[in-house]
Design a protein around this ligand. Structure first.
Ligand code: NIG
Ligand code: FE
Length: 409
């Protein structure tokens, strides 16, 4: 593959510099060969060795790293629109879950769905993300709660990367809810989770492990059992933590060196300190906050004070965030959570990469993956300012223009 150069573009490298937190370069050039970036800088500094490389003109587009959606539950069957109605009439998310609805109703529908039904539904969601310049997506299991369906969902998730140009990271979330076969026996269910984990890991289906630690999820002790098993397999961990109450899950996850703790509306100061020391990323999910009509905002000032990297994600799922737009999360992150546009953009690039343990993406520099999104905007912060607008002009995935979104110039 010969070297390629993109010119007539402006770049947000996402490598912060003093007075330039997005690492912006005007009138830039980007050189890549295959899946790797070779050079990013001002066009006037382009080394002569690249001046004869194959040229692509971007007609003034802004370029960012391909966006990263680092927390989704993209593969599920059925719909929860009926539950939405119940909530609009006053029922709470927790009440519905306790009455056997919520996650468990999606589990029933997902168990009943075929591989191809699940794939078709997931592809529609994925295609919306891809049209917005997303190039890496994390997908959790957790709507099977038994070995066969957990495997089915993870295989469908993995397969998406074969039918679309996207990187998929899979996370095993067997401890998402108590399987209906184990009512009143959560510890026995965790035994099953552990055996599912080793089976799915042996099949090569698991990149990371997650737990829903909550009063309607799993206790600290149960969460820790899953973390120990993940550690024995050398798998990174993540946690749904302090979404509905302060369950002290974030501090536990930090002790296990978690890549990320996600949601965090109820995060306390001590747990934040633990996350900071462990280098754990805080993944904020404004879609779930919005859709569940929460009123408690994650403690953004505390995260800043502790120097905790903040990421943003859709949490795409049928119950708390049926949303396929990462760009909308940029707007919501700023408007609902008071993030700055720079923080929000870093949250869907550099910090989202870190939440997945992917060190080769989320920034534009020599050696990084050649995943680029091109935008029809005047300034990167426009990605946070406008909402509901299609501003992605094209995407380069692993060094090739993505078929679903060819350059419109
Ligand atoms: O991240 N909180 C747990 N899991 C999902 C919701 C899953 C569902 O309701 O189906 C979340 O919000
Ligand atoms: Fe989630």
């Amino acid at each position: 593959m010969s070297p390629q150069v993109l010119i007539d573009c402006q770049v947000a490298t996402m490598i912060p510099q003093p007075e330039n937190p997005l690492g912006m370069i005007r009138d830039a050039a980007i050189v890549w060969q295959g899946e790797q970036l070779h050079w990013v800088g001002r066009r006037c500094d382009l080394p002569p060795q690249w001046t004869n490389a194959q040229l692509h003109e971007a007609a003034g587009a802004w370029v960012t790293p391909g966006l990263i959606d680092c927390h989704t539950h993209l593969v599920w069957g059925g719909s929860r629109s009926q539950e939405f109605r119940l909530r609009l009439n006053g029922a709470s998310y927790e009440e519905i879950a306790r009455a056997g609805g919520g996650i468990i109703s999606t589990v029933r529908a997902t168990r009943a769905a075929s591989d191809s039904e699940l794939q078709e539904a997931a592809l529609k969601r994925l295609d919306s993300l891809l049209a917005e310049g997303v190039t890496t997506v994390e997908i959790k299991s957790g709507y099977g709660l038994e070995a066969e369906t957990e495997a089915k969902c993870l295989r469908v998730a993995r397969n998406l990367a074969k039918v679309r140009e996207v990187s998929i990271c899979t996370t095993f979330l067997g401890a998402h809810a108590l399987a209906p076969e184990f009512v009143n026996q959560p510890d026995a269910y965790i035994d099953t989770v552990l055996s599912m984990l080793s089976e799915l890991y042996n099949e090569g289906l698991v990149d990371a492990v997650d737990v829903f630690c909550e009063r309607i999820g799993f206790s600290l002790a149960q969460t820790e059992r899953v973390f120990k098993a993940a550690r024995n397999l050398n798998l990174p961990i993540k946690l749904h933590a302090e979404q509905l109450s302060d369950s002290h899950g974030a501090a536990l996850a930090a002790r296990y060196g978690a890549l990320s703790c996600d949601h965090l509306e109820w995060l306390n100061e001590e747990s934040a300190r633990a996350m900071s020391q462990a280098g754990t990323v805080a993944v904020l999910l404004p879609g779930a906050y919005y859709f569940l009509r929460e009123t408690r905002v994650p403690p953004v000032d505390l995260l800043r004070a502790q120097g905790i990297p903040i990421a943003l994600s859709t949490d795409c799922n049928p119950g708390s965030s049926p949303c396929n737009s990462l760009l909308l999360m940029l707007s919501m992150g700023c408007t609902l959570f008071r993030l700055t546009p720079e923080e929000a953009l870093t949250g869907v690039t550099r910090h989202a990469a870190r939440a997945l343990g992917c060190i080769d993406r989320g920034i534009l520099q020599t050696g990084a993956r050649s995943d680029l999104a091109l935008w029809d905007i005047d300034h990167p912060s426009d990605l946070c300012y406008v909402f509901g607008q299609h501003t992605c002009r094209g995407t380069l995935y692993g060094g090739a223009w993505r078929a679903t979104s060819t350059l419109k110039v």
